[in-house]
Design a protein around this ligand. Structure first.
Ligand code: MG
Length: 300
């Protein structure tokens, strides 16, 4: 593990009072193969359900992910209207979840830390619970922040409120979406070096954007300055660092610039942060009061 020099020198056993975890490719390894199936299903959805030209699907999927954090967020931004549950059902409905095996090592580790633990994922509720159940981790967390938590309105069409919000924020580019069937040409936009047009805004709240972190801090009552955030995405971690979180890249042994720590495997968490086991006595009282709060406020 690599780490910032100043951390251990501070030596406080109460430096952290919350552990925030991404789900996919963080609580289980990328090598499980699930990620590849998810990408493949997203591309299939774009082709089958939204009529995207088969020859453009792979590049468009990547470009949307790059600009908007998730392909779903990007598809909505550029003008596709679809039901979120339909999308999630298609993308996750046929996943080979049997690839995910119970992880008693991680389970014991998580349960041994006397500190709040929260999942923060862009994935939907059904997928999140399926994954946690397969890993045997369903009772290891005090709260779950997922797609439905941050996107409470399930709509397949653009509402008047959304139109008003988007037009005031981004008047020119969204006007074509409102009129009906026109789709913003994201591939043309990505090819422009000077980006002559304005990138449409998405109505979706998701990592890596600050709004998702702000909402999560509020809902789960998280103090970012006292929270360790584990994610396999450097992009998510860089935003979260700006928001005050202590950042841990999972799945890589080398720490990128701007990230505090790197763990090759989530199983290394105890060796990397031995102070988490020592926090019990000092945090016990506040821990339980926080659990009560989160159980009633986090809606996943
Ligand atoms: Mg991930």
């Amino acid at each position: 593990m690599e780490y910032e020099d100043d951390l251990n020198q501070q030596g406080s056993t109460t430096k952290y009072d919350c552990l925030l975890f991404d789900l996919d490719d963080t609580l289980y390894p990328y090598s499980s193969g699930i990620a590849g199936h998810i990408t493949s299903n997203i591309q299939e959805y774009m082709s089958q359900k939204l009529g995207v030209d088969q020859s453009k699907v792979v590049d468009m999927c990547y470009v949307l992910y790059k600009y908007y954090g998730t392909t779903l967020a990007g598809l909505r931004a550029i003008g596709y209207h679809f039901d979120y549950d339909d999308y999630h059902g298609f993308v996750h409905g046929t996943l080979p979840y049997e690839l995910l095996k119970p992880d008693p090592v991680l389970r014991n580790l998580l349960l041994s830390f006397p500190i709040r633990k929260v999942v923060f994922t862009n994935s939907d509720k059904a997928h999140t619970y399926e994954v946690l159940g397969r890993l045997g981790l369903e009772d290891c967390f005090d709260g779950i922040i997922c797609f439905e938590t941050l996107n409470t309105a399930h709509r397949s069409t653009v509402s008047q409120a959304e139109i008003t919000k988007n037009t005031s924020d981004c008047r020119d580019s969204v006007s074509s979406m409102i009129s009906g069937s026109e789709i913003f040409d994201i591939m043309e936009y990505s090819r422009q070096s000077n980006h002559g047009s304005t990138l449409p805004k998405t109505p979706i709240v998701c990592k890596p954007f600050e709004e998702a972190f702000e909402k999560t801090f509020k809902i789960a009552e998280i103090n970012p300055h006292r929270t360790l955030f584990f994610d396999d995405s450097v992009r998510n971690l860089l935003t979260s660092a700006q928001m005050g979180l202590h950042t841990v890249l999972v799945g890589k042994s080398e720490r990128p610039k701007g990230v505090d720590f790197a763990l090759e495997c989530i199983h290394n968490i105890k060796e990397a942060f031995p102070e988490l086991l020592e926090a019990e006595d000092k945090s016990k009282n506040t821990r339980y009061s926080q659990e009560v709060a989160i159980e009633t406020s986090v809606i996943a």
